[in-house]
Design a protein around this ligand. Structure first.
Ligand code: CA
Length: 258
């Protein structure tokens, strides 16, 4: 990890940080940075079985205990509902919660795994690698997960009422009235953004410009938390790689467009 930071730091030092602020790199340098990041992110990356990835996610990252309770709890990120194990859901170290209640959200939708840009070789990444990549997986309310589908993330100012739970919104933004956006709670907006930055660079996939505008704003609005750092450590423990946009949030400013 130290080497990773050193390489990135040198890259940044050699560019714009000396001028006092970080400015986006030009197209060639940006591509060079992305290639360096891919090498580092793939170096120790293991492809987990999908079930294995979900077991780690639910049982070892998101489950928590409270004083006075024998059972552990888990909270979904879209509705912020807390479920008590052995009461609301049944989950142990060999099992997952009832998929009709809580399931696994791929913030990068599976339907867009192969939406490659024009210059990207198609053979490098596989469905199995992407589907089990823990950096973009989250526990969510199953119904809201289904409704989000592959809608872009974004700020909603004209909500379709009654669509979802209180904490999340689905609807339009007056700037892009033709798009149906999904807006998660503020608490996870930055987490989702940084997970998608990772996914776009790692698998050489484009992010829609309208969605990217919101994600970049969310990255600032909801900075890296201690939980996110813990999550990054745990993902590294199981699948061997880290999300550099959590370790080094300034990195995104160097990349002009994903
Ligand atoms: Ca957060």
């Amino acid at each position: 990890m130290r080497r990773f930071i050193t390489l990135i730091s040198l890259f940044i030092l050699s560019t714009s940080i000396l001028a006092g602020e970080i400015t986006p790199l030009g197209p060639e340098r940006s591509l060079e940075l992305r290639q360096k990041l891919i090498v580092l992110m793939k170096k120790n990356k293991k492809t987990l079985y999908y079930k294995e990835a979900r077991l780690h996610l639910f049982n070892e990252i998101y489950a928590y205990y409270k004083e006075g309770s024998e059972n552990n709890f888990i909270r979904d990120i879209y509705c912020e509902v807390e479920y008590q194990n052995n009461v609301d859901i049944f989950m142990d170290n060999d099992d997952l919660p009832d998929g009709n209640v809580l399931n696994t959200e791929h913030t990068w939708p599976k339907s867009r795994f192969f939406d490659y840009g024009p210059q990207v070789p198609h053979h490098q990444n596989t469905y199995d690698e992407m589907v089990s990549d823990m950096h973009h997986l989250y526990p969510t309310d199953s119904l809201v997960n289904q409704k989000r589908g592959d809608h872009f993330f974004g700020e909603v100012d004209q909500e379709n009422k009654g669509q979802l739970c209180e904490a999340s919104k689905m609807g339009q933004n007056s700037k892009y009235p033709q798009v149906q956006f999904f807006e998660p709670p503020d608490e996870v907006k930055g987490d989702i953004a940084r997970g998608l930055f990772y996914f776009a660079v790692m698998y050489e996939l484009p992010i829609d410009d309208r969605e990217e505008e919101f994600l970049r704003a969310w990255d600032k609005l909801d900075p890296v938390s201690s939980f996110e750092k813990f999550r990054n450590e745990m993902v590294e423990k199981y699948q061997g790689n880290r999300n550099p946009f959590i370790d080094y949030p300034e990195l995104i400013k160097l990349i002009p467009n994903l």
